[in-house]
Write a protein that binds this ligand. Sequence first.
Ligand code: AMP
Length: 240
Amino acid sequence: METGIPSDHGPVAAQPVAIVLFGSPGSGKGTQSKYIVDWLGIPQISTGDMLRDHIRLGTEIGKSIEARMRAGTLVPDELVNALVAERVTRPDCARGFILDGYPRTTAQARQMMRLLTPLGVEEVVIHLIVDYNVIIARMQGRRVCPKCGTLYNSVSRPPKTEGICDLDGEKLVIREDDRPEVVRERLDQYEAQTRPVIDFFREDHHRVFDVDASRERPEAVFGRIQAMLAGIVAAKEVAV
Ligand code: AMP
């Protein structure tokens, strides 16, 4: 559809849109974020990545959260709220952004609304639903190359030789986050603190799209997300 708005990417929203990718650890939020970045040309805001950067750089914030992150427990609401509040005011967010891993508590969801409403940002929630057993299998199968960082999965993306990186022949390892006891803790945290957020969104009359992400390959799941979002983005184009 012709909108008169120049863009190298797909549809352009007349009003900035926050695409909230919601789902348990291992539901594919990161993978789907990357597809949407390529499609719409808006940035991915991953609170997990922002926090890991702080740890890697050894900042005061990093030091204060390291133990919690390692154990798989959530970090304080005020901290992530402040990180997101600063991030969304940067110029690259002017046309919208993807929230990956935020909000994770109802307190964060309330704060998100207080932040987005005055900015004129409309939010839409994509709820990736994945069966518990599928998540456990996916996370148990994850391996990473300690040298180049390439991620593998024994089910969906196996290396050519089991346990060995295709790119540099390094022995693959289990990521700290994917150790079984940490996985269990992250899933417990999700059930106790994060799952109620979806009820908050529904009760508060937000647009929530449920996507079954258990069975299909990531590209097919993305196709369905695209179809859901295309309607919204196109409707906004008409309003330009
Ligand atoms: P992720 O990469 O999104 O799975 O996040 C990794 C870890 O970062 C989580 O287990 C939490 O310890 C922390 N974290 C990320 N996002 C949030 C958030 N919105 N609220 C609290 N803790 C978070």
